[in-house]
Each structure stands twice: as structure tokens, then as C-alpha cells.
Design a protein around this ligand. Structure first.
Ligand code: KG4
Ligand code: ZN
Length: 331
């Protein structure tokens, strides 16, 4: 079954073709990062316009790369939310046009289910599975008892991890998106600033990163006012250690409680080298999976993979009234 995936929820225009949920025939991603960089973050109106400019080109490139025609496509899977509404609608409408023209069934896919299924491109699943979803908009622990069955165990009460990375990077004078830069600089620094580990001992699976973020920003501000020497690498290392300590500890607690067979990490922050290293070092009794680097940040291959399993589970497609949603519950 050839699934055409379409993802335009934020600032990446992406189209892909994935066969049977895990063989990627094409995964084209047109990133807008350089355009939004000058503003220090994604500007929604600009993102929508860039999607409009790029989408037909990305469709063409993906079909060429896969060496297929639209007649060879069995299902279209498009991100319906959550995300920037203007951006989502570009992908959804492009997908509808192909669906209507070629009589291909279409389904709307939850963006986070895409991030989760990114782990199973080229590897197998064994349930129950615990997924730690960490991105620019999400920080959640999710239990999956079977395909396309999601139970949220806990989530951030304020900032998402990626958001905290991007905000502290901005204060430290680093470029957008901050996550990858902080990660890189953390490699050369020391965890010597004694940052707090918020909610690390709470008896639930919730998180909080806004207090830690403020603590980092205030420490930086105070040192600057006192004319103290600031080592940016140490700030990055101390922040990264604090964040990953909390994420790993809560994941281990949930893993033990729900006796899962696999732990997976999903979303843009799954690219983080500190998180990858710590999670793999601390969990040795069951497999821990991270998506391949190219499937960590937003891409359409993960949407096609998730769409395949969603369609297989209930055999239902959507109609052409399918809409986009800025907020959307995974459960
Ligand atoms: O999943 P994603 O591409 O978009 C959302 O759905 O939000 O995630 C983007 C987020 C950004 O906040 C970015 O800074 C963060 O993922 N990120 C990282 C790394 N690479 C991307 N955060 C920490 N370390 C990284 N290596
Ligand atoms: Zn994402």
C-alpha cells in the first residue's frame, strides 16, 4: 500500500511516499528555518505564504524521487492538527485536490501520532509501548497498548521542552531554533550552575519547565549585572543536564509502573544528543528507540507511516470536508 504523506503544520513543507507503513520511497522536506530565523521564531503568516509557494514543487519532487504517478497512490495521509491553522490548511487543501482528482481516499492524521510512528520506520513494534513525546509544542508521556491506541499518562503544565530550549537560547544570544545549538554547545561545557530539576520527585507523570527557564534567564541576567564572566557552554550543559535528568527519571518511573516492552522517544527534541545518551545508559532492560535523525523533526514520512496504521486499524477514510485544528487531542 503506497501512502502519500503531507505535513505542513509549522514551518516545514513536506511530502513523502511510504510503502506499507515503514518503507520510505521519498521524503521531501522544504524547511523555512532560514526565513524565520531573522525574527527569532516562526511567524505564522509568513509560514502559510511559504507553504503556498513551495507545496507543488515538493509534491513534484517526492513523486519523481519515488518514481511513481498519482495513480499508484492508495491513500493520502495529511496532518490535520495540532499546528498553525493557516499552515495546516495549505497541506490539507493540496491533499484534497489530489484526492478529488484521482479518487484516492484521504485521512487526517494527528501530528503527534506521526512523531510516535517515526520510530517504526524501518523497525518493529512490541506492545505495550511507552512514548516520551518532546517537541516545540509538546512534552508528554503516552502509553500505547496496541496500534493507534494512546493514553496520556502526563504532560507539561506550562512550557514544552523544545520551547524552553528555544527561549533560553534566545536570551543566551544563540540563533533560532535554539535546541540544536544549545545541544551542541552543551558538549563543550560543564554542569556547574546547579539548576533545579522541576517536579523530579512528584508522584505523577507531569512536567514543568517554565520555572527552570526563568531560573536560567535570571541567573544569566544577574551574572551580567555583576559583570561576572559568563560561560555560555556551561549554561547550555547545566540546562541540558537538568532537563534530561527530569525526562529520563519520569520515563523510567512510567516504564516500571506500566511494564512496557519498549520505550520510544519522539519529536524534535528526540534529536538531542544528551537525551539519547542518558536514556540509553539508564534503560538497559528493554529496547529504547529514537527515530533516525531525519525523522525527528517535522516530516511527511512520519505522517504517512502513522496514516497507514490508522487506516489499517479502522479501515475508515475521511471525506473532503476534513478540516485543520490548531488544538487537537491525541486520545
Ligand atoms: O517536532 P518539531 O520539529 O516541531 C514541533 O512539532 O514542535 O520540534 C522542534 C523543536 C524545536 O523547539 C527545536 O529547538 C527542538 O525541537 N530541537 C532540539 C534539538 N533539535 C531540535 N532540542 C534540543 N536538542 C536538539 N538537538
Ligand atoms: Zn512536530
Amino acid at each position: 500500500m503506497n501512502v502519500l504523506g503531507v505535513e505542513t503544520s509549522c514551518d516545514e513543507t513536506s511530502v513523502s511516499i511510504v510503502r506499507d507503513g515503514n518503507v520510505v520511497l521519498a521524503n521531501e522536506v522544504l524547511s523555512q528555518i532560514d526565513i524565520h530565523k531573522v525574527y527569532g521564531g516562526v511567524v505564522p503568516e509568513i509560514a502559510s505564504r511559504e507553504h503556498i509557494k513551495g507545496i507543488t514543487y515538493v509534491f513534484d519532487q517526492a513523486m519523481k524521487k519515488a518514481n511513481l504517478n498519482f495513480e499508484d497512490i492508495d491513500l493520502i495521509a495529511v496532518t490535520k492538527g495540532p499546528g498553525l491553522i493557516g499552515s495546516l490548511l495549505i497541506g490539507i487543501n493540496a491533499a484534497k485536490v489530489i484526492s478529488l482528482n484521482y479518487g484516492i481516499p484521504i485521512i487526517g492524521v494527528h501530528h503527534i501520532s506521526g512523531h510516535i510512528y517515526a520510530n517504526y520506520i524501518e523497525q518493529g513494534m512490541e506492545f505495550p509501548i511507552l512514548a516520551l513525546v518532546v517537541s516545540g509544542g509538546h512534552t508528554e508521556l503516552i502509553l500505547m497498548k496496541e496500534h493507534y491506541d494512546f493514553t496520556k499518562l502526563g504532560e507539561t503544565q506550562d512550557d514544552a521542552v523544545g520551547e524552553a530550549y528555544d527561549k533560553i537560547a534566545r536570551v543566551l544570544g544563540l540563533e533560532y531554533p535554539g535546541g540544536p545549538v544549545v545541544d551542541r554547545l552543551a558538549g563543550g561545557g560543564e554542569d556547574n550552575l546547579d539548576f533545579p530539576r522541576p517536579m523530579i520527585n512528584s508522584n505523577d507523570f507531569n512536567f514543568s519547565f517554565s520555572g527552570l527557564k526563568s531560573h536560567v534567564i535570571n541567573t544569566h541576567h544577574n551574572m551580567k549585572q555583576r559583570n561576572e564572566k559568563i560561560n555560555i557552554d556551561d549554561f547550555c550543559a547545566s540546562f541540558q543536564e537538568a532537563v534530561t535528568d527530569v525526562l529520563v527519571k519520569k520515563t523510567i518511573q512510567a516504564k516500571n509502573k506500566y511494564k512496557v516492552k519498549q520505550v520510544i522517544v519522539a519529536g524534535g527534541v528526540a534529536a538531542n544528543s544528551g537525551l539519547r545518551k542518558k536514556m540509553k545508559a539508564k534503560i538497559t532492560d528493554i529496547p529504547v528507540y529514537f527515530p533516525k535523525m531525519q525523522y525527528c523533526t517535522d516530516n511527511a514520512a512520519m505522517i504517512a507511516a502513522a496514516g497507514y496504521f490508522q487506516y489499517k486499524k479502522n479501515g475508515e477514510s475521511d471525506d473532503l470536508y476534513i478540516n485543520g485544528y490548531s488544538r487537537l487531542d491525541l486520545e
